[in-house]
Every structure is written in C-alpha cells, then in structure tokens.
Design a binder for this molecule. Structure first.
Ligand SMILES: Nc1ncnc2c1ncn2[C@@H]1O[C@H](COP(=O)(O)OP(=O)(O)OP(=O)(O)O)[C@@H](O)[C@H]1O
Ligand SMILES: [Mg+2]
Length: 255
C-alpha cells in the first residue's frame, strides 16, 4: 500500500482535481485506490457526489477514533475506488488536537485500520497546517501539483522545507513522489516558460506528463463524477491516464 499526500499550501492549484482523477485512472487500470478527503472544504467528497448528510464516518472522526477507519471508506461509482469523506468539523480539528498526545500522528494511526488497497491519496487543504502535517507523517510520498503560472514556485521552498523537517523528525520514509504541472496552456507562452523554469529547477522530480487547462476537468465535479467518467476522451482525462502510467512506471523503477 502506497500512501501519497497531494499537497501544496497554495490554493486552487489542482490538488483535488489531481487526487480525484489520478485515483480514478489508477482504478481504471485495475489498481485498488482510496481517497481520504482531508480538506474541510470537502471538494473531493462533492466531486464524487456524496451528499453532506452521508459523510459519516468522516476523516474527522478517524482522527479522534482510529478504529473508525475500518468502516469510514465508502464505495464510489468508480469500481475499485473508495473515499473517506470530509465534513466541516474538520476545520476545528486543529484546535481540538492542540496539546493532545501524538497530535501529528493521528491520521497515520487511522490509516493502519483502512481496508487494504494499492494506493491511498490524501487530498490536503491549502495550508501547511496540522492537517497537512498529519498527512505528511502518514505518507510514503508527496505529490505536488504546480499551476503553470507566474507565481508557481512561490511557496514551494517552504513546502519542501516542511517535507524535509517531517522526514528528519517524524517520518524518514517520506519521499517526493513528484511535481505535476497543472492547467498548462500550450497557446500561452508564459505557461511554457514557467514549465521550463520548473523543470530546470527541479529536474527529474517533475513528471513528464503535464495536465492541460481543460474545461471538462472543471465541469465534471458539478455532476458529481470524475472527469474520467464524464468525458473519457477529453485532453484532461487522457493526461491523467498518462500520469497514472508514468507514476506506475516510476514506482516500478524505484522498487
Ligand atoms: N487542468 C485544469 N483545467 C481547467 N480547470 C481546472 C484544471 N484543474 C483544476 N481546475 C479547476 O480549478 C479549480 C481549482 O482546482 P482544484 O479544486 O483541483 O484545486 P485545489 O488545489 O484542490 O484547490 P484548494 O486549494 O481550494 O483545495 C477548480 O474549479 C477546478 O475545477
Ligand atoms: Mg482542493
């Protein structure tokens, strides 16, 4: 089982879109995948059409009673893909956990009780909060979506420093799974320049596959289904399938 945090403290860079569609793509190749919606906004849960009154047990409940993880995963409409939904109360977890024992290790403890799958994706909130820290402590790898726009790399060094600290203090196996460039617009010169800059700075850590700006990816969540089901052949869906293949190749090389 490989646990991957999808993290970037910048908002709106494509974390949720990536978690939802990459997990769907992996499930489509026959892998068993699970998404933990770990953002109080609950965008991943909404993206799978889970009504607010059907979000229990949730990722919040799991933090306070690890045994609930055994029953928290709900089936999605994608065969082989399940999700632990998020509720608004998750926003308060941070305050409630202050001073509690092992406050950054709660998610890790809960994940041990999840049903066995091949990939777990943790959809992180846009902050370097105690929630994101819990995700990093629980993970084998961190996948970083970067939007190909002018300020893409701003804040990245802070995220990488946080990963470094977690690795040094709490979780020596934490790896950079890779950086994925999102919302790439090949007609926009700036988008290409930023992509080239990011590759020059981060080299092999950047996935070859880029996710194009594609309106189908932003329409799908309003129908409560992943883009891969909404329009399997749109450029965004094809890109997430390619990313899944690239990721499985990487994993095989690393093993
Ligand atoms: N490749 C893309 N092409 C077009 N629209 C996209 C693409 N990726 C994401 N979007 C849209 O951009 C917005 C932000 O994406 P998303 O919610 O995945 O980002 P996020 O990093 O999870 O945001 P937050 O930080 O708020 O959790 C959403 O409306 C989404 O539908
Ligand atoms: Mg999100």
């Amino acid at each position: 089982m490989r646990v991957i945090s999808v993290a970037n403290q910048k908002g709106g860079v494509g974390k949720t879109t990536t978690a939802v569609n990459l997990a769907t793509a992996l499930a489509a190749t026959g892998k068993r995948a699970l998404i933990i919606d770990f953002d109080p906004q609950g965008n991943a849960s909404t993206g799978f059409g889970i009504p607010r009154d059907k979000r229990q047990p949730s990722s919040y409940d799991m933090l306070f009673d690890a045994s609930l993880a055994a029953t928290a995963a709900q089936e999605t409409l994608v065969p082989g893909l399940s999700i632990v939904p998020a509720v608004d109360a998750l926003a308060g977890a941070e305050v409630e956990l202050v001073g509690e024992e092992n406050s950054a290790g709660r998610l890790k403890a809960a994940i041990r009780n999840l049903p066995p799958v091949d990939y777990v994706f943790i959809d992180c909130p846009p902050s370097l909060s105690l929630l994101t820290l819990n995700a990093l402590v629980a993970s084998d790898g961190v996948l970083i979506p970067l939007q190909t726009e002018f300020y893409a790399m701003e804040g990245l060094s802070q995220l990488l420093k946080t990963v470094e600290q977690v690795r040094a203090r709490q979780n020596p196996r934490l790896d950079i799974e890779g950086v994925v460039l999102t919302m790439h617009d090949k007609r926009n010169r700036l988008s290409d320049l930023v992509a080239a800059d990011v590759r020059a700075a981060l080299g092999a850590r950047v996935f070859q596959t880029m996710i194009p700006r594609n309106v189908r990816l932003s329409e799908a969540p309003s129908h409560g289904i992943p883009a891969l089901l909404y329009d399997m052949r749109c450029p965004g869906s094809e890109a997430y399938m390619a990313l899944a293949r690239e990721m499985m190749g990487t994993a095989a090389k690393a093993a």
